[in-house]
Design a protein around this ligand. Sequence first.
Ligand SMILES: N[C@@H](CCC(=O)N[C@@H](CS)C(=O)NCC(=O)O)C(=O)O
Length: 228
Amino acid sequence: MTEDRSILYFAPSTCARVTLTALEEIGEPFETRLIAFMAGEHRKPEYLAINPAGKVPALQTKTGVLTQNGAILFYLAQTYPEAGLLPLSGDPQADASVLSSLFRMSADLHPLVTRFVIPGMILSDPASSAHVRAKAEEVLKLQLEPIATQLGKQPWYLGERWSILDAYLAWIWFRITGAGFDPATFPAIADHYDRASARPSARAALQTEARAQQDLTERGLAFTPPKL
Ligand SMILES: N[C@@H](CCC(=O)N[C@@H](CS)C(=O)NCC(=O)O)C(=O)O
């Protein structure tokens, strides 16, 4: 690691995009390490020493390794308050409310994304996995409905100002619509996705991912959904 530079362990199209976008938004130099799922790199001892859960993202900072998007984003928001990733104020009630929104993304919505996009990770036989996906779609609609209503009244998830929660929601939308969720179901979220994706930080993150994807393709390791 170049002294003082953080290292992000990531893979293209994954939820590591949210942390990648946060790092781009901060604007400090950082390094990336591509984890090739198809080569099983996330299960190898070298990576398990960084994240024993074998998942991306992981962020190596000057002071240690952090895993879990929510924790990494909370750390980055506190360390670089000028980047405006999260509106943390030091008030326990207000900050817990911001964390609640973060958990809504990582603990409520992300598991539904997995069930909708890769239902075979939950139940592998085709009939059961179709049921998992159908149920996930139903619950996703239920969970996204209030967010769509909110975005009909305000430009960003938390109100008038962009936050990293908007990048999180955009990633969720990218994953589910990329797997067949009809974007016309929630036009306000589709519109939010377009605006969130147009930010320079989001575009820079996508460029990094595109280079990584190219690298994987050249090595014959382009990602296909994991099976249990
Ligand atoms: N709760 C974790 C979820 C991380 C996660 O599930 N990452 C996925 C990519 S989106 C992954 O690395 N999957 C590989 C695997 O589970 O084998 C977080 O928010 O960081």
